[in-house]
Design a protein around this ligand. Structure first.
Ligand code: TXA
Ligand code: MG
Length: 353
């Protein structure tokens, strides 16, 4: 019955979506190829093909250690515009720029003095890795990448595929997560295909992403770090270097990705306190839980109670529940210490009002 609700012709939002997909099919009539990039020789081949396309201004999806990104040559404004179009991303939401190493901080930012010292220490400790730093941009970064802001978000990924493509291209790569705007980030190549098939020419398949949550984003200020998005580099780790100030979700839209509704499945999602009684519609609903037992739901995804073990599987579990035809998804809370903060951040943003 619920399945019918999802595919039934009378479901208005589904109809709008289909109409929208039809229009976009005319804008993006292309075949999407998937190239394996699992071992050194596959990576070399795939990276050179990706760089060839990127140098022509095409867009390519590729893995990072956090989630899959939709990459383009960051210094080519027309290529950047293609990324915004393929994702249906509003132009006010800037992209992260991926660089080869910390040397690029000098090329693409104007950071100086004590802030520069702090930035270099953070890079030394967390790069390559899942930390993105928002810094004053140099003129080399086109306006469209940073949505007209005076700053640029820089990240140096540890993934061998991203590193190989960067080396082949010789330019930084602007890459947001490779999902349509507002949806769940892809952590496997097949998720990218689900999201963007027909809109992009190539996906490099480097297997599942090991962190499974988007990078931590900090704005680096003279005396402190402003945590714009919690992620795999935890607040506790950052506090070893400078005091950390957290910006509340739904507050001032300082980082546009801090918008409340983000990372959302199509099925309405509700957060359920552990120990709360069974919701009335449990038999038609799905449950995502972290090591708890709870009977009575139509579908259950039970992840580890340890955030480090749960995080890599979180988005794939949400996608499975979303595709299962349940009418609601309930999610149990997990402790907010360490990586638990990033998990709860994503779940709160995905939650229905
Ligand atoms: O792990 C990640 O960071 C992945 C991989 C592909 O690198 N990328 C990613 O990109 O999550 P995206 O676009 O989905 O999220 C980047 C967030 C957006 O919310 C954007 O608003 C914010 O970074 N951002 C980018 N540039 C910014 C800037 N100059 N100031 C503040 N926020 C910025
Ligand atoms: Mg994203």
């Amino acid at each position: 019955m619920n399945r019918q609700l999802h595919i039934g012709k009378k479901h208005p939002s589904r109809q709008n979506l289909a109409a929208c997909d039809f229009r976009l099919a005319h804008l993006f009539p292309m075949t999407t190829c998937v190239l394996p990039a699992h071992d050194a020789s596959q990576i070399a081949l795939a990276a050179s093909e990706a760089a060839r396309l990127l140098a022509k201004g095409e867009i390519v999806a590729l893995p990072t250690e956090t989630v899959y990104g939709l990459g383009c040559d960051a210094l080519n404004p027309a290529a950047v515009a293609r990324v915004f179009a393929a994702k249906e991303r509003p132009s006010f939401d800037p992209l992260i720029v991926h660089v080869e190493d910390a040397e690029d901080i000098h090329c693409f930012t104007t950071v100086r003095g004590n802030v520069q010292k702090l930035v270099l220490r953070l890079a030394e400790n967390f790069w390559p890795g899942p930390l993105t730093m928002v810094l004053p941009a140099s003129e080399r970064i086109p306006d469209i990448v940073r949505s007209g802001l005076p700053t640029v978000a820089l990240r140096c990924s540890a993934h061998p595929v991203m590193q190989a493509v960067l080396k082949n291209l010789g330019h930084p790569i602007a890459a947001p997560s490779a999902n349509r705007f507002g949806r769940i980030s892809p952590v496997r190549a097949e998720h990218v295909v689900e999201e963007l098939e027909g809109r992009i020419p190539l996906v490099l398949d480097g297997g599942p992403c090991c962190h499974g949550l988007e990078s931590t984003i900090v704005a680096v200020e003279a005396q402190c770090l402003v945590l714009l998005r919690p992620g795999p580099v935890t607040q506790e780790q950052l506090e070893q270097f400078a005091p950390v100030r957290r910006v509340a979700v739904g507050g001032a839209v300082f980082a546009p990705g801090m918008m409340k509704s983000h990372y959302a499945p199509r099925t309405p999602l509700y957060i359920l306190a552990v120990g709360e009684c069974l919701p009335e519609d449990a038999v038609r609903s799905g449950l995502l839980t972290f090591g708890n037992e709870m009977k009575g739901f139509a579908e259950v995804e039970n992840l580890s109670r340890h955030p480090l073990e749960a995080a890599p599987h979180l988005f794939a579990a949400l996608r499975r529940l979303d595709a299962s035809g349940v009418s609601r998804i309930y999610v149990h809370e997990i402790s907010e210490s360490g990586l638990g903060m990033a998990i709860m951040d994503r779940l709160r943003r995905a939650a229905h009002e």
